[in-house]
Design a protein around this ligand. Sequence first.
Ligand code: HEM
Length: 203
Amino acid sequence: MRGNMMIRKILWVVMTILAIGVAGYAFFSVGAPAMRNPFISNIFSTSPLAGYAHMALGGIAMLIGPFQFVTKLRAKYTGLHRWLGRTYVASVLLSAIAGFTLALTASGGLVAKVGFATMAIIWFYSATLAFTSIRAKNVEAHKRWMIRSYALTLSGVTLRVYLGLFFASGMSFSEFYPVLAWISWVPNLLIVEWFILERGQRA
Ligand code: HEM
């Protein structure tokens, strides 16, 4: 049991470092045009409003998420949990709407467009259910939907990890981009679904 707790803490630290790194990269892309890579520059020039909203708000949600899962913080500062949580939910909802509009013009053809658009819809849906379940005072459902919601927020991290691996493998962008639009989030959801089931069985 203690070993289990240790592994969970290590995973939390790794997740938080990656989340801070990718959120920082998103803020840089928003605030420092000179630092943008050509792909990101193109998004900002064709869809500026959606580009800014998606990246800035997605970065905020990514930064807030890890701290909301810390039991001690929640127990001690419930008011802070509620306010950070509301900021997270508002950021996800707006970033998902912006992400959906970006998905409609995404590179990689129809497969990529549908992949990113589906992700945006489920991201919106899971944050909505996490919020409505806590308003209905259902803490267990709130927890389950927040785990799913944050797994999708972290697709911003997994997308970049796979992007690096695909580039390293020598595959061409047009070959891997449609795949990326799906594998950046479907495995994340499957992993947390397994985690939720396993937790339920232990309880
Ligand atoms: C292990 C996970 C979590 C548990 C057990 C939990 C538990 C709770 C509880 C008990 C409340 C009600 C507080 C009160 O008013 O007395 C609450 C509120 C809230 N939580 Fe969580 N929470 C968890 C994770 C998260 C995460 C990850 C987020 C967002 C990133 C979040 C967002 C919110 C929001 C938005 C509210 C306020 C809802 C309102 O406006 O009334 N929670 N949570």
